[in-house]
Design a protein around this ligand. Structure first.
Ligand code: KE4
Length: 429
């Protein structure tokens, strides 16, 4: 494929933007080659600056469950923009989107909008510490919760891609209150809480981790964490920035029937615009300024255009028909892949949960922990990624990320993708 313009633009970008990007994982560092500059997207397709077309499964890392430039979402943005972009005052759309979020997540009795997933997790943890008066926070290895200092400890996503679980610039003072435990290890958590439980303000976790590929919770694990939090008076924060409105309208909480005390959201609730949110039990949320002593603020929080995009998106998800369609698309994908996956079953594992999937180059039959992920061949993933690109399929440029099917992916897109996977696996394996 001709990528001349992307290369030219990248050479300009690296003069002024660190790594030529505004978010590290976009830099293609773990898959090699030059990042591709996109020009336009519609439905399941994206077109790069050289005019090459791809079927997209990165989907802006999760927000675009309706696909690119959904007509209703675009129209809602246009209508909102004509009335002004931002007022720094309350706006009716904030109430509307908040109620839509709460309708989907019964555990969210009150919610505060921010501008990113990072802001939502950072604020939720400050709130949990303010509410409990305790300092320590537990996270699980390989889960990524954005780039707040105290969470850049054994994180996944971009950091896992660079294989540097800690980040420079995070002081030991900041990291010392963050305990990192293995995911899916209830015994380990129980043991840790026996010692540290009295000092732990919160446990934050991706119920279904999607930043080290796709890791599935073992049966009873999430319920077990819930019970340990109840026993020790610990605030359970489910980081549903990816899971929320993806696994089901009510995210992992609806999907697995486990309620969190606080929930963080992002991505889908902004419909592709910058929106994050944290919310939960009213007795906790009432501690947030201006009602309570825990401070948190944001110039563009609840921005009316972003709210409008979120409202248009959640409106289409509310009738739930889309989730049935996504399930069928995901099944079609797996069925079409079956022969190739069987042929190469010693070399590649296809993991899938609803419309989330990942390809891991390993002979393992299941990925249940970061240690399992570390045994995967990321060099092979890089070759796979390049092969798929050459066949017009855009996967997230990292073996630690996941792919997303949207309601805009048609059966013929999925069949074409499965053919491309079959050819790519044949070539690289
Ligand atoms: P943002 O600050 O990037 O909006 O959200 C941080 C975040 C929080 N929680 C979870 C579970 C997340 O997955 C994320 C961000 N996800 C990554 C990719 N998986 C964003 C991509 C990027 O960093 O560019």
């Amino acid at each position: 494929m001709n990528r001349k313009k992307s290369i030219e633009l990248f050479n300009k970008a690296i003069q002024i933007l660190p790594g030529g990007v505004n978010s590290p994982v976009r830099a293609f560092r773990s898959v090699g080659g030059t990042p591709i500059f996109m020009q336009k997207g519609k439905g399941a397709k994206v077109i790069d600056v050289d005019g090459n077309e791809y079927i997209d499964y990165c989907m802006s890392w999760g927000p675009l469950i309706l696909g690119h430039a959904d007509d209703d979402v675009v129209r809602s943005i246009q209508d909102a923009a004509e009335h002004g972009t931002s007022f720094g005052t309350p706006h009716p759309y904030e109430i509307k989107l908040a109620n839509m979020v709460s309708d989907a997540f019964p555990a969210i009795e009150k919610v505060r909008f921010v501008n990113s997933g990072t802001e939502s997790t950072m604020s939720a943890i400050r709130l949990a510490r303010g509410y409990t008066g305790k300092d320590k926070v537990i996270k699980f290895d390989g889960c990524y919760h954005g780039h707040a200092d105290f969470l850049l400890v054994a994180a996944g996503s971009g950091l896992a891609t660079f294989g540097t679980p800690d980040s420079a610039g995070v002081t030991s003072g900041n990291a010392k209150d963050t305990l990192v435990l293995p995911y899916n290890d209830l015994k380990g958590l129980e043991g840790c809480l026996k010692k540290e439980g009295d000092e732990v303000a919160a446990i934050i976790m991706e119920p279904v981790p999607c930043n080290n590929g796709l890791i599935l919770p073992e049966k009873g694990y999430l319920q077990g964490v819930r019970e340990l939090c109840d026993h020790h008076g610990i605030v359970l924060i489910f980081d549903e920035v990816i899971n929320g409105f993806r696994l089901a309208p009510g995210g992992a909480q609806e999907y697995y029937g486990v309620k969190a005390d606080l929930t963080t959201l992002g991505k889908i609730i902004g419909g592709g615009l910058p929106v994050g949110a944290y919310g939960g039990r009213i007795d906790i949320m009432d501690r947030i300024s201006p009602d309570g002593p825990v401070y948190q603020a944001g110039t563009l929080s609840g921005n009316p255009i972003a709210m409008a995009a979120g409202i248009a998106t959640l409106k289409k998800l509310a009738d739930r028909k889309i989730y049935k369609a996504l399930k069928e698309k995901a099944k079609l994908f797996r069925d079409e892949l079956e022969p190739a996956l069987k042929r190469h079953k010693e070399r590649v594992l296809f993991s899938q949960l609803e419309s989330i999937f990942t390809f891991s180059f390993t002979n393992q039959e299941q990925i249940s922990s970061v240690d399992d992920v570390k045994k995967c061949d990321m060099e092979l993933f890089a070759s796979f990624h390049a092969e798929m690109l050459s066949q017009g399929v855009y996967l997230a440029p990292s073996g630690y990320e996941v792919g997303f099917i949207s309601s805009a992916h048609r059966d013929k897109d999925i069949k074409k993708t499965a053919e491309a996977v079959t050819k790519a696996l044949k070539k690289i394996l």
